[in-house]
Design a protein around this ligand. Structure first.
Ligand SMILES: Cc1cc2nc3c(=O)[nH]c(=O)nc-3n(C[C@H](O)[C@H](O)[C@H](O)COP(=O)(O)OP(=O)(O)OC[C@H]3O[C@@H](n4cnc5c(N)ncnc54)[C@H](O)[C@@H]3O)c2cc1C
Length: 405
């Protein structure tokens, strides 16, 4: 039977970053990806914070991956069209081509010495004494692989977590997404992404227009109800503000996907096993972004797996350091974001309008602009909670939220 030190199931950003990190430390790594090629499918808006990319040592991405490097902030629209604009005085996020971004990570992992096998689905996992055996699907070059540590990075609908008695992200909090790349979009501002908070068009989430250049954009939404594409078509054709920009626009490409918003699973390690990325629910419940946090966790997983190989210790106790590391880094943020997401979901349109009216006051708006950070959302939430002006609405809507829980 084929053997390796570390085997990885899944060649999305989390699996690839884990592979790169462990290979960089001189370990023998084989990554299996079920699709025929890595970096072809683009089921993602590719909006990534520059600070997050820096944290992943990916700030200097090749220019052909970056579609828009000017995003400084967001314009957020209420159901009746009230707008809150928040921004920094320098770019805070890149819009990237996610297919090319994955290709880049693929080549980085290869360059560091990882071996990557495509058309190779991991269909089963079994613990055999001190090792793990992964069973591979028909199209793979071998049938089984034995390893000391398996890193599971299957994305939003993991099947292997269950086989090793570890939890999967809650299915109840998955939202379904539809996104179009559109050309001939009117009135785009490269410095702002537009977010439309309206349950009528995107129940359980929001709609976005992310500019790629002066006349093309990624227009998408996620929704707890299906089909997401009908909601998106309705947004494009009927939304009072967005339709003016979009009705004459042309769809260049369509994509769809799902996002787990329920936040992280309780246990992400076991003897010989680590779970990373969407498969571990390391996705932000407020925005659905998963590349940065999943990538940071994957870096930790690659490091801990590599240290475990050096120490010849593959026990759950040794591997638990992985969970400590990622929790130290962003657990509190995920918890705060989960509460914010559940709170927003309980707001009526009337509550939202009241909230927008208050948040639009100059001193609150500047507080949001100053402390707002898409990865570190806890700081802005704590800051806003300190604002006495928001207390009347927070008390009334907060009570409703607590009673619903
Ligand atoms: C419409 C949409 C827009 C988004 N926009 C953003 C955004 O702007 N910014 C952001 O940060 N995040 C965004 N996200 C979320 C982001 O795409 C995910 O969080 C991220 O891709 C998760 O990475 P991952 O490696 O964990 O999983 P994935 O990217 O899903 O990769 C998992 C890989 O594993 C493979 N696989 C699965 N099972 C197996 C198996 N058993 N054996 C072998 N291979 C397997 C799959 O083929 C896949 O390639 C968006 C998501 C959607 C759906």
């Amino acid at each position: 039977m084929k053997e390796t030190e570390i085997a990885i199931a899944g060649g999305g950003p989390a699996g690839l970053i884990a592979a790169k990190t462990a290979a960089q430390k001189g370990k023998e790594v084989v990554l299996y990806e079920s699709k025929e090629q890595i970096g072809v499918h683009e089921h993602c808006a590719g909006l990534l914070s520059i600070d997050g990319l820096e944290r992943l040592k990916l700030k200097n991405l090749p220019s052909d991956i970056i579609q828009n490097s000017e995003v400084k902030g967001a314009k957020i629209y209420s159901p009746t069209g009230q707008t809150i604009s928040v921004s920094k005085n320098k770019p805070t996020a890149f819009v990237v081509n996610r297919a090319k971004f994955n290709q880049f990570l693929f080549h980085e992992a290869l360059d560091k010495g990882a071996s990557i096998e495509t058309s190779s689905r991991v269909i089963g996992i079994e613990r055999v004494r001190e090792s793990i055996v992964l069973k591979l699907g028909k199209k793979a070059t071998s049938t089984n692989i034995k390893c000391k540590i398996a890193i599971l990075a299957e994305g939003r609908f993991p099947k292997l977590n269950y086989e090793v008695n570890l939890p999967s992200p809650s299915k109840n909090s998955i939202v379904f997404s539809s996104m179009y790349i559109m050309k001939n979009v009117k009135d785009l501002d490269l410095e702002y992404v537009e977010l439309y908070q309206d349950q009528k068009y995107a129940p359980g989430f929001f709609t976005w227009i992310i500019p790629i250049d002066e006349n093309s954009a990624k227009v998408g939404l996620a929704s707890s109800k299906v089909p997401a594409s009908s909601y998106l078509n309705s947004f494009i054709n009927k939304h009072p503000i967005a339709s003016k920009k979009l009705t004459k626009a042309v769809i260049d490409r369509k994509m769809s996907g799902a996002i787990p918003l329920g936040s992280f699973i309780k246990k992400t390690y076991a003897d010989n096993i680590l779970i990373v990325g969407d498969a571990a629910g390391q996705t932000k419940p407020t925005t659905g972004g998963g590349v940065i946090f999943g990538g940071i966790a994957a870096g930790f997983a690659g490091e801990v797996a590599s240290d475990a190989i050096s120490a010849e210790n593959y026990t759950s106790k040794y591997l638990s350091r992985y969970q400590k590391l990622w929790k130290q880094e962003f657990k509190l943020n995920l918890k705060v974001m989960r509460i914010v997401r559940s709170y927003i979901d309980t707001l009526t349109h009337k509550d939202l309008e009241r909230l927008f009216l208050l948040l639009n006051k100059p001193h609150l708006k500047s507080k949001i602009s100053e402390t707002g950070d898409v990865d570190n959302q806890k700081t802005i939430v704590f800051n806003l909670l300190m604002s006495l002006r928001l207390w009347p609405i927070l008390l009334s809507t907060g009570l409703k939220f607590i009673l619903k829980k």
